[in-house]
Design a binder for this molecule. Sequence first.
Ligand code: IVH
Length: 670
Amino acid sequence: MSISDARARSAELRELLNRALIAYHVEDDPVMSDAAYDVLYDELVALEVQHPKLVTGDSPTQRVGAPPSAKFQKVRHLSPMGSLDKVTTDESLHKWADDIRKRLGTDEAVAFVLEPKIDGSAINLLYENGRFTRGATRGDGVQGEDVTPNLRTIGAIPLQMQDKSPPPVLEVRGEVYMPLAGFREFNERLAAEGKAPAPNPRNAAAGSLRQKDPNITAQRPLSIWVYGTGHREGVDYLESHWDTLQWLRERGFRTNPFAERVESIDDVAERCRAWELRRVELDYEIDGLVIKVDSYDQQRRLGALHERPRWARAFKWAPMTAVTRLNKILIRVGRTGALNPWAVLEPVEVGGVTISRATLHNEEDINRKDIREGDDVIVQRAGDVIPQIVGPAGRHRRGTKPFAMPTHCPLCGVEVVKPEGEVMHRCPNKACPSRGLESLNNWVMAAADIDGVGEQTVRRLWELELVRSIPELYRLTAEQLLEVEGFGEISAGNAVAAIEASKEISFSRVLYGLNIPDVGWVTAQTLARHFGNVDALMNATQEELVEAEGIGPERAEALAEWFRDEDNRRLVEELRDLGLRFETGEEARQVEGPLTGRTYVITGTLERFTREEAAERLEALGAKVGNSVSSKTTGLVVGEDPGKSKLTKAEKTGVAQLTEADLLELLGGG
Ligand code: IVH
């Protein structure tokens, strides 16, 4: 190939590849397969190796391979990078709007643009005649550090603006961030290498940008949201921030799709409230919203004070991650014998809520994350209620021992087992007191949902040995209840009446409350509906059991075994004598409703309901709620910590995934 042909071909390849990167990263609409990209990329590399002179700054091959630099050069931004004043309440937001009105001195309309405030690392990208020539961190706002080679490795940053006649000089500003999924993986990788995890995605992003070797930055899952410009020449026709965002997007920059233009400060306030709940749905961390006066003319007239524009504010929320001491790992034995570890934390505020405990999943998970008693740990509130421990907060550790599950049940002392293929350890002792307490709790709080009797009361009744089984609960008298602190004549009488009234609960609820291994809410309902009464269920053969929806041979065997047990049969008889329902009534018939014909599966922990409540509400509208995802499933409702197999199955079969917000909508609002 002649040099001129090579030049033409390499220009064409650069163009094609850069287009493809924008389509992939910015437009979310790939124009070629990864394989096709690789073929073209390799062709370009070959041409550049043969003719090194053809290498240009905007060649996609220049995104990696730059040599490590000893030190970052300081560079001056063409126009300073300011900062934002904060507002945290509705009131201060309105005060700001009043101030704007006063300063403008007219009653002209003021429109605002709202954008997520990305919790990452601010950067300034310089484009000269459309080409990315330099990128720097914010630094002190006047001078930053030149991290151009590192920024080049981020696929979402265009090396060439998509513009036939680009402006001669343009500073583009944005936030480099690490998506949450990438952040989790990154931390797992660090843990596997025995390194301290990054405390939050912001640190991870900032640290990645300040790597001396761009090849390391290239391996970090970084992206960017572009939110404005700095110094600009030749773009006087842009008259508002909103227009600028559209303009940037058309030129290949990744602007946030949730940016929104609103006409009043009341709308701004409403969005700030709504977003505080919605923020957990994003796959990157935001710590607030940025609110900007849209019109450039108004921005100019409002001006700035010490590089803090009067035309913009940051509406901030409390951060969702914090560092605190993990004092102890305790074990709770669940109602079916599973040993659930949980963390006792030094109380710490996360996202506006004080947290003193966190769930830990199982031994394997604790050790994979290298979580140890006595260490400082990073706590993260995801899904908005259940705090998680991300990992240890530093290399400097107090906890020296990796965590190990107790070999014997902490309550009854019986040796624990870990059935093959399971991640949970279990106490096999059916008579284990903790198990009894948990099942009693499950009966009171979930199955029978008894008003006026809470977890504390159940615990006290247990400790006083007044109630140690479900039948004993129904024999409890008001006089006995008076022994429990907090109860007076009236509340004791009410509680006993509520306990008595709970005898009316449906057969499926009774079944659920019996603590049969693996019989959750959905299975209990299936069984109640399928068998109609407890005798049919109790005497069913294995073959008959598997005929019920969602019951496989293993569950069938476990069920049969449970009903063969003398103690369990006695429990059923005792409860039946006490007047509880052991047959299906009218209420269990499938209702007709707007969701009739649809089947949902629920996985993970929801914030506003228990899974059982969610199932009940879906069923009340006519939907079926199943246990496992199949091609017949209409949608999978995904909560916090969802089951992997259900997710994978949903992805494979193309079953729609619903967030809790989608579920709420389906149920017709809050
Ligand atoms: S506009 C005059 N928009 O928040 C400053 N900033 O103090 C104008 N940030 O470090 C900044 N998301 O990096 C703006 N959508 C957004 C933003 C955003 C995050 C960061 C920015 C800066 C800090 C503001």
